[in-house]
Ligand binder design. Structure first.
Ligand SMILES: [Mn+2]
Length: 332
């Protein structure tokens, strides 16, 4: 057994007739890959399955994946009827607000199983399989499926490899060690097409994203004393560019964890007037999820994020810089 809770979770799955799955707000490849992999496995077990996502837009370069169109977008969790479901398996989501995009969401009556790898997970399920030491929820699911003795189909293999490649930055981040590479090789043995996934994820970007990179790079500032780098994009520029959903994350990857003389970096984007997303990246291994947490967010050591609202553009920058300097002083 890879996880002692696997058997108990399988027991709940077997009992259930109709099961709900989710993609988290602003879903990334790991969120989508793990949800679609679990969808397929549960369907093979004869279950009725729904996938819901609070966000409107979903990375569509991977829409060739089987059952991609089954993801119900723009779901309003405040009016969502959980009573039709015997079980809710929440994937790749550290908290209710990440599941629902609603602050202060109250736990529904349905039985909840949480399967996740965020160090900041709040254990909001009735059963929680949370492994902060693993690269991705997709890798975690591979190990659970092993515990369940599930035969991995080609479609499931493609979905799991998508999640692993996404969350490891193609095996780049520390934590993608021998086990991850062996699992990826096993998935390729089952028919996963690594090259196609990488082409769709990293080799198929829109021109507007390249223009956004330009706007971001133009605004990059180095904070030499505290060894971090940052940039901030105001709403009028963000709006003009018609960005893909994961554009902010990709722009943060581009500059925030690569510059000599820095330990970490972040990108602040005003998504809507007065609403900001902060994407934080670690270069040296300082745990950026601690900075994210202070800003009301969460995540992982190397990649984390937060959202803040109710401030002016300058006010938001000031707030984030202040926390980042404090974080830098304590970490250094
Ligand atoms: Mn993930």
């Amino acid at each position: 057994m890879n996880y002692k809770e696997s058997k108990q979770v399988l027991g709940e799955v077997k009992k259930a007739k109709r099961i709900l799955l989710n993609c988290h707000r602003g879903p990334d490849p790991d969120s989508i890959g793990s949800a679609l992999a679990m969808y397929e496995v549960l369907q093979m077990m004869g279950k009725e399955v729904d996938i819901v996502c609070p966000s409107d837009e979903i990375v569509d370069s991977i829409s060739y994946l089987k059952n991609f169109n089954k993801i119900q977008k723009n779901v309003d969790f405040l009016s969502f009827d959980f009573s039709k479901f015997d079980l809710f398996i929440a994937l790749d989501s550290s908290s209710w607000s990440m599941v629902t995009d609603v602050v202060d969401f109250k736990k529904p009556d349905t039985k909840i199983i949480v399967i996740d790898h965020h160090a900041t997970n709040t254990f909001y399920g009735d059963i929680n399989i949370v492994d902060a030491g693993i690269t991705s929820t997709s890798e975690l699911l591979y190990l659970i499926f092993q515990d369940w003795k599930v035969k991995i189909s080609k479609d499931v293999a493609n979905c799991l490899l998508l999640g692993i490649l996404g969350d490891t930055g193609i095996f780049r981040f520390p934590g993608s060690g021998q086990r991850t590479l062996r699992i990826a090789a096993d998935l390729m043995d089952e028919g996963a097409d690594k090259d196609k996934i990488i082409y769709q994820l990293y080799g198929s970007v829109s021109l507007s994203l390249i223009r956004f990179y330009g706007e971001v790079l133009k605004r990059v500032r180095l904070e030499e004393k505290h060894k971090f780098i940052w940039a901030a994009i105001p709403y009028k520029i963000y709006k003009r560019l018609n960005l893909p959903t994961n554009g902010k994350e990709m722009a943060a990857n581009l500059f925030a964890q690569v510059v000599d003389g820095t330990d970490f970096g972040f990108l602040i984007v005003e998504n809507e007037p007065g609403r900001f997303s902060i994407s934080i990246r670690s270069r040296s291994g300082v745990d950026t999820s601690r900075l994210a947490k202070r800003l009301g967010g969460g995540g992982h050591v190397f990649a984390s994020g937060a959202r803040i609202e109710g401030l002016t553009f300058d006010g938001a920058i000031e707030k984030v810089l202040k926390e980042a300097r404090k974080f830098a002083s304590e970490s250094g």
